[in-house]
Design a protein around this ligand. Structure first.
Ligand code: SIN
Length: 270
């Protein structure tokens, strides 16, 4: 698609684009929404800068991509706000840990994991830091050897939410190679935080394969790194991108709000 109503500037060859020529405090035109959908499908994560948005603005933007959903785990790191759809992600000198320091896709332990997550950060550390990294699972899949692709096809793995969020969190089984429901492209669907075990192979073999996949998925060649500025937004597709937050700014403050879009379907086997 040609972009006429927004500007789209890729930040790396495989993942990430900055969106310009848009004011997210105002309702969007149908054409702007169509172009955002196209940019999201093509670049996996889209970024916006200098947007002083309210909860309503953030919810309106995210709702163009589907109904908003709730966090499935009992996370004690991010907090609920007065709006049950918006979670506060705030870190300061009292923080003992932050959310998302390992490569992951959000809540892949759910039967229908969230389609996407949108984080708005209004406050960033004064001297930089607090970047978020993203990785394309399409590019990671494409770079597997044909023999490894054949080996993984049809296998499933357990995604265990209790590892991250504790008891009462869902555990789901998903195919390891899945197909994105919109683009139809194949990708690797395991991640360090949630995937605990590969089914149908001996445990030790599964552990080594998972370790290979984690290292492979994190290779710098298919990542980008977003340097936040105050009042910027990152909106990522959990169906095809991993992300990882970098905590290099303690005791400084990084603060914002996140919403997530409900998943419409369980990941489909490739
Ligand atoms: C997360 O959703 O995993 C946190 C991302 C971030 O804080 O950059």
């Amino acid at each position: 698609m040609e972009f006429h109503e927004i500007s789209v500037t890729p930040v790396s060859p495989h993942i990430g684009a900055e969106i310009g020529n848009i004011d997210l405090t105002k309702p969007l035109s149908n054409r702007q929404v169509e172009e955002l959908h196209a940019a999201f499908a093509k670049h996996l994560v889209i970024f916006f800068r200098d947007q002083r948005i309210s909860f309503d603005d953030q919810i309106r933007l995210a709702s163009h991509f589907g109904p908003l959903g709730r966090h499935v785990g009992g996370s004690t790191i991010s907090k609920t706000t007065e709006n049950p759809l918006v979670r506060k992600f705030h870190y300061d000198e009292k923080s003992m840990q932050i959310s998302g320091e390992n490569w992951h896709s959000d809540q892949s332990c759910a039967e229908k994991p969230p389609l996407g997550s949108m984080l708005y950060n209004h406050t960033l550390p004064p001297n930089g830091g607090g970047d978020t990294m993203f990785a394309s699972m399409y590019a990671a899949y494409d770079a597997l050897s044909p023999r490894m692709k054949t080996y993984l096809e049809g296998m499933t793995a357990i995604h265990d939410g209790t590892r991250v969020f504790g008891p009462e969190t869902p555990i789901a089984v998903h195919p390891i190679i899945v197909r994105h429901p919109v683009t139809g492209k194949k990708l690797i669907y395991v991640n360090t935080d949630f995937t605990s075990q590969i089914n149908d192979v001996p445990r030790e073999e599964g552990e080594r394969i998972l370790q290979f996949l984690y290292d492979h998925c994190a290779r710098a060649e298919w990542t980008c790194r977003f340097r936040w500025t105050p009042h910027s937004i990152a909106f990522w597709d959990n169906r095809c991108a991993h992300h990882k937050a970098i905590w290099d700014y303690w005791p400084n403050v990084r603060s914002g709000y996140r919403v997530q879009i409900e998943g419409t379907a369980a990941p489909i086997a490739g």
